[in-house]
Design a protein around this ligand. Structure first.
Ligand code: ATP
Ligand code: MG
Length: 190
């Protein structure tokens, strides 16, 4: 099993790189952002609740997010492994993910940290906002999301270092080159 956390700030390229890794290694993909956006689109109760947080640039409460993640995880059959994209985003989520996997006789293989400077993130997200139609891709909400990232999510870097799973990836530069660097790291562990 290859269970990989793809980590990084909003706009760091988690979604793009995840799709490529999924294809290359035949893994399942969980993007918590995509799951929440689908709920919003379908107008579910969960979607309405999620929207109230997302539009403010805030995180969805941990207990809710953890339950959603467990459901998606259980929906995968005969999985070769999972790419976790956008989860965990808090220490609590990381601890719960560890327990969830342990209960299934599994663990995280690797955490890939896509490192991109803040100015570049803001530029990418503002550009994405022109075509994404995402209500949270506007400059004011982007700044809030980055604040949340630096205060609540960044501590996971040290957490995964302690776990011995941390791998830094330079997330700025040619997209294909970044994919190759990621694949190289995964191949070492395979
Ligand atoms: P990227 O651009 O790298 O894909 P992102 O931060 O722009 O990252 P998503 O991962 O799609 O976008 O998340 C969008 C929003 O969904 C977040 O701002 C947050 O409100 C909510 N969300 C997603 N994952 C989580 C999570 N694990 N815990 C809490 N809230 C989450
Ligand atoms: Mg994404």
């Amino acid at each position: 099993m290859l269970n990989i956390v793809i980590f990084g700030a909003p706009g760091s390229g988690k979604g793009t790189q995840s799709e490529r890794i999924v294809e290359r290694f035949g893994l399942n993909h969980i993007s918590t952002g995509d799951v929440l956006r689908a709920e919003i689109k379908n107008g579910t109760e969960l979607g309405k609740l999620a929207k109230s947080y997302i539009d403010e640039g805030q995180l969805i409460p941990d207990d809710l997010m953890i339950n959603i993640l467990a459901d998606v995880l259980d929906s995968f059959k005969d999985s070769k492994g999972v790419i976790f994209d956008g989860f965990p985003r808090t220490i609590n989520q990381a601890e719960e993910l560890k327990k969830m996997l342990a209960a299934r006789g599994q663990e995280i293989t690797l955490m890939l940290d896509l490192n991109v400077p803040e100015e570049e993130l803001v530029e990418r997200l503002i550009n994405r906002g022109k075509s994404s139609g995402r209500a949270d891709d506007n400059e004011e909400t982007i700044r809030k999301r980055l604040d949340v990232y630096y205060s609540q999510t960044c501590p996971l870097i040290d957490w995964y270092k302690v776990e011995g799973k941390y791998c830094l990836i330079e997330g700025q530069g040619e997209m294909n080159k970044i994919t190759e660097m990621i694949c190289e790291q995964i191949n070492i562990l395979k």
